[in-house]
Design a protein around this ligand. Structure first.
Ligand SMILES: [Zn+2]
Length: 281
């Protein structure tokens, strides 16, 4: 979201809209022409594009939405034309395009806080409050770590990739209860990873420090492959019960000892099995 906001600011900030087109039924007649773009702010995964008449265009990418900005003279590939939900054209011919955007909403800028009131602190914002995030994480001590960190009410902006990767880096099973770990250390690792991701070029989603394709992540997307630290096989759980977004989990059972997806302790299976087998005659 942070990158989408920067992209919008590079393309639209300080420019005046001369033509807008909302291709969502609710705003079919909305018209932003004449408005000056003051900038786009983020809170967690929400984007707020603000205009000089104190209105805000609120968008949320969820799994599939995308903001793209076309420079003057550039056209969107024809196959994507049906994906356009919002088109903002500036006086100098730039186009901001919201594609497949599941949430499109016009509201008073003063009403933004109502949208974000339930969200936890956002590590990428100036008003980040680490103590408050820690308090929220501690408030439900029996909750599995992965679910607690993905809950945007704990802290805002941490996606599934970061949750899987930070739990590996800290050596916690995704199903370890939040009350059983060093929460400040876990949160500061998560914040550090997220902040690093916005300072590097490229897609920024590298956690290992190695941007080579296939080397970017410790566990995320690596089921069946050897752990980069211990060579155990990375395990995979397809989705969390009750998780509408159907987010999968990856983990190393040796580097991340603790409960498995069914709640049973995994211990150190790989190494123990190897040594037990080796001891048998
Ligand atoms: Zn490992």
């Amino acid at each position: 979201m942070w990158r989408a906001a920067r992209r919008l600011d590079r393309g639209l900030l300080g420019r005046r809209i001369v033509c807008s087109d909302f291709r969502v039924p609710r705003y079919a007649t909305a018209d932003l022409s004449g408005r000056l773009v003051l900038g786009t702010g983020t809170y967690g995964k929400h984007l707020f594009t603000r205009f000089d008449d104190e209105t805000t265009l609120h968008t949320h990418l969820r799994m599939d939405g995308e903001w793209t900005v076309l420079r003057p003279g550039r056209r969107l590939p024809g196959r994507l034309a049906g994906d356009i939900r919002v088109l903002l054209r500036t006086a100098d011919g730039r186009q901001g395009l919201a594609l497949r955007m599941p949430v499109v909403e016009l509201l008073a800028t003063s009403a933004e806080a109502e949208i974000t009131a339930h969200l936890g602190p956002d590590p990428l914002r100036d008003d980040w409050d680490g103590a408050e995030a820690e308090r929220r994480l501690a408030a439900q001590p029996s909750r599995p770590l992965a679910a607690a960190l993905l809950d945007q009410r704990t802290l805002a902006g941490l996606g599934n990739l970061w949750v899987n990767e930070v739990l590996f880096v800290r050596g916690h099973s995704p199903w370890t209860p939040a009350g059983a770990v060093d929460r400040p250390a876990l949160l500061s690792a998560a914040v550090r990873m997220l902040r690093q991701s916005i300072t590097v070029r490229g897609n920024g989603q590298v956690t290992t420090g190695n941007p080579r394709p296939g080397e970017e992540h410790w566990v995320y997307g690596r089921s069946g492959q050897p752990c980069r630290r211990c060579r155990s096989t990375i395990r995979y759980a397809p989705e969390r019960p009750g998780d509408a977004a159907r987010r999968a989990t990856w983990w190393c059972p040796y580097c991340q000892p603790g409960p498995g997806p069914d709640g049973t302790e995994s211990g150190h299976p790989s190494r123990n099995q190897v040594s037990r087998q080796g001891a048998q005659p």
